[in-house]
Design a protein around this ligand. Structure first.
Ligand code: PAF
Length: 283
């Protein structure tokens, strides 16, 4: 049987536990999560284990990144199953603060990221989101002081925002992206996939096929508008409401003018019924 990871719920207990892990200069990798762990999260843990001697996973459903109309209260919470998965991977420590610990009475500070956080993708549809993410991730970095932090490429704009914040604020943590883990039909794993009905689950795989088709057309030299229009059409014809389907510079996420651009990324967000899915691939 795997030993149970230590679970801490207060900042002083976290500090003591991190000091113990740091003994003999061990390196630490942090995997920030909101729980509801799936194989995509476990790939982040596996990468963390390759990068550092000790692995800390935070589980905190962060209210400040949800708008009042979003799914904070119904967001899947699967503590027992999460614990089993992390124990099976021999994670060293689980940081599981409650809302009062992260945002005590009178909390009045918020990080407002710019650059990749204001390029008109997720920020256009979820204007509160990156401020909430940057604030909580800034706190997690300050609390844990990890050498490495692992984020999924599935939330590609978030990855770019957090990496920029760590650099800009000299936080001393190397932010590492981990490849998106997909179901057999290409759907990116996500905690929100549980919201999909059986029928929607089948339709959802169209997102990946549409991105692949547009990527192939960009690589074949089609002009950007034509290449992207074909993918967007596939998505809306399948029954999605499209928020965006765009190709951007892979580093800055700025719009691009020509297919001769360097590394590019196709990013999509679309709604199927009440479920909003996001995904992206490299071009
Ligand atoms: O990607 C997530 O699960 C969350 O946005 C994160 C990074 C854990 C911050 O709450």
């Amino acid at each position: 049987m795997s030993p149970s990871p230590t679970i801490v719920r207060t900042v002083p207990a976290l500090r003591r536990a991190v000091d113990r892990l740091r003994a003999r200069q061990a390196t630490i990798a942090l995997v920030p999560t909101m729980g509801a762990l799936h194989d995509g999260h476990m790939a982040l843990v596996a990468l963390a284990k390759r990068r550092a001697k000790k692995v800390i996973v935070s589980i905190f459903v962060n209210p400040t990144q949800f708008a009042p109309s979003e799914d904070f209260s119904s967001y899947p919470r699967t503590w027992k199953a999460d614990l089993g998965k992390l124990a099976a991977e021999n994670v060293d420590l689980i940081w599981n603060p409650d809302v009062e610990t992260m945002y005590p009475q009178g909390f009045a500070t918020r990080i407002t990221p710019e650059g990749p956080a204001t390029v008109g993708l997720e920020d256009r549809f979820r204007p509160h989101f990156f401020g909430g993410v940057a604030t909580v991730v800034g706190k997690l970095f300050a609390q844990v002081r990890p050498d490495f932090a692992i984020f999924g490429e599935k939330d590609f704009q978030q990855l770019r925002v957090v990496a920029r914040m760590a650099r800009d604020l000299d936080l001393g943590v190397k932010v590492i992206g981990s490849k998106t883990v997909r179901e057999r039909d290409g759907l990116a794993m996500s905690s929100r996939n549980v919201y999909l009905s059986g029928e929607q689950r089948v339709v959802a795989a169209v997102l990946y096929r549409a991105m692949k088709q547009s990527a192939a057309r960009l690589q074949a030299g089609y002009d950007i508008q034509a290449a992207m229009a074909s993918g967007a059409e596939m998505i809306t014809e399948a029954g999605f409401e499209l928020d965006y389907f765009e190709v951007r510079d892979a580093e800055t996420l700025a719009p691009i003018a020509s297919v001769k651009h360097g590394p590019m990324r196709i990013l999509v967000a679309a709604r199927l019924g009440t479920t909003r899915l996001i995904d992206n691939i490299a071009v």
